[in-house]
Every structure is written in structure tokens, then in C-alpha cells.
Design a protein around this ligand. Structure first.
Ligand code: NAI
Length: 398
């Protein structure tokens, strides 16, 4: 049965259909492990009264091999229909004119928030002295900015035409080497900013978090990134005046380069981060590296209005280790935890998170993490999954 959005809320059936993309490379290894751990947590948490009906949909190499199409129409349709889904990593097809599959999925469903929680788990090696101070949630705008893909290659008639427009019609004189320049366009809109900042503030209030920080380069890009900052503050004042006056939340802003420094020096100053697409890309990876690397960072792409959400492993297909039973399934698993929280199955989410915490605290992890842990014990992908299932049973007291 499908999840539907009713009265602004998700109505989640007890036997819920979740479409999933297995993923290429290590996707074949981490996805089955992830499903098994999630199934066991759901079974334990709800004594069999709730379950997930996993529905495989194709994308990436597997789709190409079976159908000749990298992203068959049925796949975005299934996510559209079922509202909530999850995906493993996908090979980006090489070649001109083939769009990134991830970008295509995000655009089709207008998943405008890229959500990345970043917290340190005890036991993980970190380059920081006090990684326990890192507890942030990044709201990265997913549909605008320089990522919109509006750019022209150097030397093409299009680049020439654009140059002509800039110089002759717009009076632009600041292009240092006009004849050999490529060009890109950076659209940043009021609506795009407002829906992102609104979602970040709503999340902070719902989770009783102390602040939302607008991260931007408005000192240089005054109208695009500066607009983001201004529209963000205005939206906060207009729609959340009461909460701000009651001191429930602080809205602050910081220039992106200072932010990257500050997160290393005083990470405790930051909680929810709202930022533009490109800044968000850099920020998510730096923050993830501060608490154990992108290999374990979870993520989701969400449209809060429609309810559509696609949870995903944030790393790639790791072809160098594929097929060796060494890949770490934690990124996908922690994304599943986010997914279960999103659909309100918080008890099952809590069980998985607790099992992962317990495993890392005991030094048991896959090779990428265990090798940096004092007394770390390396487990294979499947063995790590089985260990988590054992821990879920232990935590539940079976
Ligand atoms: P990658 O993330 O696949 O690998 C980078 C490094 O991290 C490799 O050394 C890899 O072994 C390691 N690694 C990644 N995930 C790991 C895991 N779960 N456990 C242990 N080690 C892990 O990035 P790369 O090599 O640049 O990209 C490979 C392919 O993945 C490309 O086709 C790329 O386009 C695609 N990709 C897909 C993404 C997605 O679907 N969300 C994101 C990033 C890349």
C-alpha cells in the first residue's frame, strides 16, 4: 500500500510499499544488507504489525543492461506514485548529452531540499579534537544556482552570442579575456530561497534546535547570494515573527569561507544550516569529513509540499572495492534511519541508530572505519549487517 499525503500530513499504511534502486557497483552489496537490517528493526519495533514491501525499480547500469535505458520512465513514476523511496549509488553515464541520473531524479520530482544531517558517532576517528561538538543539519538548495546547468563552452557560437549580448546590450566591460571565456549563469530566486529557508526553519522548530544559519557569499555576489541572505531574513521575520520574538530560534548568517573555518574551530555555534546549491556541496563534504567521512554520511532529497522524498547513499559506486564484501553500508543505513523518521516509524529508526552507535563504540565496523579505530575490528559488509541485526535483537531484549 502506498503512502499518501492527506491534510498536509503523510498517511502511512502498516504494510508500506517503498520503491528502491539497488545501485551500481557496491550498491549490489550494501542495498540487500540495508534492507535486511531495516526489516529486522521494523519487525522488532512493531512486533510484526508493520512491514515494508520493497519494490525494486531500475536505474543506472542495471537499468541500461536490462532495458537499454539508464533511467526508464517507470522509475521516477514509481517514486512519484509512492512518495517515499531510497536509492543506492549510481554510475554517472559518461558522454555528452547524458544527464546525471541523480540530478534527473531530483528535477523530475522537484526535490528542492538536499538534507544532510551531520553528527559524530562515538568510536569514529575524526580529525577534530572534540568531534562530539559537531551536530548540524544542512539544508542545501537543490534546484537553482550555478547547478542549473546553464553554461556555454568557450569558443562556441552560443558563447559568442552571449558575450555580444553582455557587452553590447548590457554594457558589461568587466570580462578580462572575453574572446576565450566560457560562460555560466547563476539563477537564484525569491521563491527558491524562501521555500528552502522555510523548510530549514520549520525543521529547527520541530526538532527544538537553537538556530538557523544562512551561509552565503553575499559580500561578492550581491544580488544572487546576497539576495538569498536578504530574502531568508525577510521570510523569517514575516512567517516566524512570533517564534523569533519568543526566543525559540535565532536566525544568523555567515559568509561561506568564514563558515568553513568556524566549523573547524567552533562547530558548537551551528545547528541548522541553510545554503545555496554550490556552497552546500562543499559544506556537506567538509562536515562529513569532520565526523568520519562521506562513506557514512546519510542524505535525502525532499519536496516538503508534495511529500516526495528520496533517501540516498551520499557516496558513489566505489568501483575500486565493488564485489569484495568490504563496502560500508552505513551511509545507506543512516539514510534509511532518516527515511523511517520521515514516515513516523521512529521506534524502528531508533533501533537501527542505536545498533550502529553500539557497534562503532565497540570498535566493530567495516574496513574503511575500523582501520582508524583503536582496537578496531574489521567486519565484511555482510558480517557487519548481521552484527547489527544481532545488536538490534540485544537492544530490544530478545
Ligand atoms: P566514490 O564515492 O564511489 O569513491 C570514492 C572513494 O571512497 C573510493 O576509494 C571508494 O572505495 C570509497 N568509498 C565510497 N563509498 C564507500 C563505502 N560505502 N564503503 C567504503 N568505501 C567507500 O566516488 P568516485 O570513485 O568518484 O565515483 C565512482 C562512481 O560513482 C562514478 O560513476 C560517479 O559518478 C558515481 N557517483 C555517484 C554518486 C551517487 O549516486 N550519489 C555520488 C558520487 C559519485
Amino acid at each position: 500500500m502506498k503512502i499518501v499525503k492527506q491534510n498536509n500530513k503523510l498517511a502511512v499504511p502498516n504494510k508500506v510499499t517503498i520503491p528502491f534502486i539497488e545501485g551500481d557497483g557496491i550498491g549490489k552489496e550494501i542495498t540487500p544488507v540495508c534492507r535486511a537490517v531495516v526489516d529486522s528493526a521494523v519487525a522488532k519495533a512493531y512486533g510484526g504489525s508493520r512491514s515494508i514491501d520493497w519494490k525494486e525499480v531500475l536505474a543506472g547500469e542495471k537499468a541500461f543492461n536490462e532495458t537499454g535505458n539508464w533511467l526508464p520512465d517507470e522509475t521516477p513514476e514509481a517514486f512519484r506514485d509512492c512518495l517515499v523511496g531510497i536509492k543506492g549509488p549510481l554510475t554517472t553515464p559518461v558522454g555528452e548529452g547524458v544527464r546525471s541520473l541523480n540530478v534527473a531524479l531530483r528535477q523530475t520530482l522537484d526535490l528542492y531540499v538536499c538534507l544532510r544531517p551531520v553528527r559524530w558517532i562515538k568510536g569514529l576517528a575524526s580529525p577534530l579534537k572534540e568531534p562530539q561538538k559537531v551536530n548540524m543539519v544542512v539544508f542545501r538548495e537543490n534546484t537553482e544556482d550555478i547547478y542549473a546547468g546553464i553554461e556555454w563552452r568557450q569558443g562556441t557560437p552560443e558563447a559568442g552570442k552571449f558575450l555580444k549580448f553582455l557587452t553590447e546590450e548590457m554594457g558589461v566591460t568587466k570580462i578580462r579575456f572575453p574572446k576565450t571565456s566560457a560562460f555560466g549563469v547563476k539563477p537564484v530566486s525569491v521563491e527558491g530561497t524562501e521555500r528552502l529557508v522555510r523548510a530549514a526553519i520549520a525543521y529547527a522548530l520541530e526538532n527544538r534546535l537553537p538556530s538557523v544559519t544562512l551561509v552565503h557569499k553575499g559580500n561578492i555576489m550581491k544580488y544572487t547570494e546576497g539576495g538569498f541572505k536578504r530574502w531568508g531574513y525577510e521570510l523569517a521575520q514575516r512567517e516566524f515573527a512570533r517564534e523569533l520574538a519568543e526566543g525559540k530560534l535565532v536566525i544568523q548568517d555567515v559568509i561561506a569561507d568564514a563558515f568553513l573555518q568556524n566549523t573547524l574551530l567552533t562547530p558548537e555555534k551551528y545547528s541548522v544550516i541553510a545554503t545555496l546549491n554550490l556552497n552546500g556541496d562543499y559544506i556537506s563534504d567538509q562536515l562529513a569529513a569532520m565526523v568520519g567521512g562521506i562513506g557514512i554520511a546519510p542524505g535525502a532529497n525532499i519536496c516538503y509540499e508534495s511529500g516526495h522524498a528520496l533517501f540516498e547513499a551520499t557516496h558513489g559506486t566505489a568501483p575500486d572495492i565493488a564485489g569484495k564484501n568490504v563496502a560500508n553500508p552505513s551511509s545507506l543505513l543512516l539514510s534509511s534511519v532518516m527515511m523511517l523518521e520521515y514516515i513516523g516509524w521512529t521506534e524502528a529508526a531508533g533501533l537501527i541508530a542505536a545498533a550502529i552507535d553500539k557497534s562503532f563504540a565497540g570498535g566493530r565496523a567495516t574496513h574503511d572505519l575500523a582501520r582508524f579505530m583503536p582496537n578496531g575490528e574489521t567486519l565484511g559488509t555482510m558480517e557487519f549487517g548481521a552484527h547489527l541485526v544481532t545488536l538490534i535483537n540485544e537492544i530490544y531484549g530478545v
